[in-house]
Design a protein around this ligand. Structure first.
Ligand SMILES: Cc1cc2nc3c(=O)[nH]c(=O)nc-3n(C[C@H](O)[C@H](O)[C@H](O)COP(=O)(O)O)c2cc1C
Length: 333
C-alpha cells in the first residue's frame, strides 16, 4: 500500500478529518465552476465566440420586437450596438460564414423592412440601419424576423401519438457492432437542433468520437459504463458553451439547455432506429479538462453528458426503471 492510500484510508476513518476533506473537495470543485464562469461568460474579455453569442442575444431581442402584436418604434439602442458589434466581428478571420454574423445582418435587414412596412422611414434608427447595411450587401439571405403560423397547418403534425413514441424508448446498453453512419448522425443532430434554447443562442454541441482509442479512453474515465457492451458503443459527448451566458443568473443555463438538447437527440436517434443511453458526467474538473484535451474541445465549453449509442439489436435486456406516480411529481397549487 503506498503512502497516499494509507493517508486516504486514515482520513476516511477519522470523522473530523473526513468532514474537513469533504469540505475541501466541495470548495475546490465549486470554486472551479465560479472561476470558469467568470473567465468565460460573455461579458468577460471579448473574443470572437463571446461576441458572436452577444450578437445572437441582441438579434433575438430585435426579432421578438418584430413579432409584437402592437408594434411601436423600438430597438434604436440595440441596432446601434449590433452595428458596432458587427464591425468588431469583421476584424476576426472567417467571419462571413458564421451563423451569428449572417443572422445579425439579416435581422437588421428584417428590421429595416419592418420599419418600411410601418412607414417609419424618417426615424434616425431606420436611417442608421440602412446606411450601415450597404456595407454588407453580399452577405447571404436568411429568413428572420416574424412570420405568421396557422394552427390548421401544424396541428396535424403535432397530433402524433407522442406517449406511444416515448413509451417505446428505453435506455439500452448494448448495440449492433456497427458504426453509426454520418448521414444518420447528421440527421439526428439536425433534429436535436430544433430544441428550444435560451434567447435562441444554441449553446450546445455534439462530438461524435469516431476514433476508437480516444473513445476507449473516455469510456474508461467515465463512471457509468458498467454493464455496457463497451465494444459496441458509438460515443457522443454533449457540451455547452459558457461564452453564451451573460449574467450570474445564467450560471446553470448551459446545463438546462444541454438537457433539453440531449433528450431531443436521444429521441431523434430512436426515431431512426438508433438506441442510446446517457452516461452521467459525474467526474472531477481535472477529468473534465482531460476529456477536453483528448477531444480538443474549445476552452469555453463544459461537458454536459456522454451518450452511448448504436443501432438496435433484435433482442436486448433492459431494466424496468418504473416511474413514480403522478401524485409524487405533480401538484396543482
Ligand atoms: C443524465 C442521465 C445520466 C445517466 N447516467 C447513466 C449512467 O451513467 N449509466 C447508466 O447505465 N445509465 C445512465 N442513465 C440512464 C438511466 O438509468 C435511465 O434513463 C433511467 O433508468 C430510466 O430508464 P429509461 O431511460 O430506459 O426510460 C442516465 C440517464 C440520465 C438522464
Amino acid at each position: 500500500m503506498n503512502l497516499k492510500t494509507i493517508i486516504n484510508k486514515g482520513i476516511k476513518k477519522t470523522p473530523g478529518l473526513k468532514q474537513l476533506n469533504e469540505h475541501h473537495k466541495f470548495n475546490s470543485q465549486f470554486s472551479y465552476d465560479k472561476r470558469f464562469f467568470r473567465k468565460n461568460y460573455s461579458h468577460s474579455k471579448e473574443n470572437k465566440e463571446k461576441l458572436g453569442y452577444n450578437m445572437l442575444l441582441i438579434s433575438h431581442s430585435l426579432e421578438k420586437g418584430m413579432s409584437n402584436k402592437n408594434p411601436r418604434r423600438f430597438g434604436g439602442k440595440k441596432t446601434t450596438e449590433l452595428i458596432k458589434m458587427l464591425s468588431r466581428y469583421s476584424l476576426y478571420s472567417d467571419y462571413e460564414n458564421d451563423f451569428a454574423f449572417i443572422n445579425a445582418i439579416n435581422i437588421l435587414r428584417g428590421y429595416a423592412s419592418f420599419y418600411e412596412k410601418m412607414g417609419w422611414q424618417e426615424s434616425d434608427e431606420y436611417k442608421t440601419v440602412i446606411n450601415n447595411l450597404r456595407e454588407y450587401k453580399n452577405i447571404k439571405q436568411m429568413d428572420v424576423g416574424s412570420h405568421t403560423i396557422f394552427k390548421k397547418d401544424f396541428i396535424k403534425d403535432a397530433t402524433i401519438d407522442y406517449r406511444q413514441f416515448l413509451f417505446s424508448r428505453h435506455s439500452v446498453r448494448e448495440f449492433l457492432p456497427k458504426k453509426i453512419t454520418d448521414s444518420d448522425m447528421e440527421k439526428a443532430v439536425e433534429i436535436a437542433a430544433l430544441s428550444p434554447s435560451a434567447c435562441n443562442r444554441q449553446m450546445c454541441k455534439v462530438y461524435y468520437v469516431n476514433d476508437k482509442t480516444k473513445a476507449n479512453k473516455l469510456i474508461q474515465l467515465a463512471q457509468g459504463f458498467g454493464g455496457f457492451e463497451k465494444d459496441t458503443i458509438n460515443l457522443l459527448v454533449v457540451t455547452f458553451n459558457i461564452n453564451a451566458n451573460y449574467m450570474i443568473g445564467e450560471r446553470n443555463q448551459g446545463w438546462f439547455n444541454a438537457g433539453l438538447f440531449s433528450m431531443n437527440l436521444a429521441n431523434a436517434l430512436h426515431s431512426i432506429g438508433i438506441g442510446s443511453c446517457f452516461c452521467q458526467f459525474g467526474n472531477t474538473v481535472k477529468e473534465e479538462e482531460t476529456v477536453k484535451r483528448i477531444l480538443n474541445i474549445p476552452s469555453g465549453e463544459r461537458i454536459a453528458v456522454f451518450i452511448a449509442a448504436g443501432y438496435y439489436c433484435d433482442k436486448m435486456a433492459i431494466p424496468y426503471s418504473p416511474r413514480k406516480s403522478l401524485n409524487d411529481i405533480y401538484k396543482k397549487i
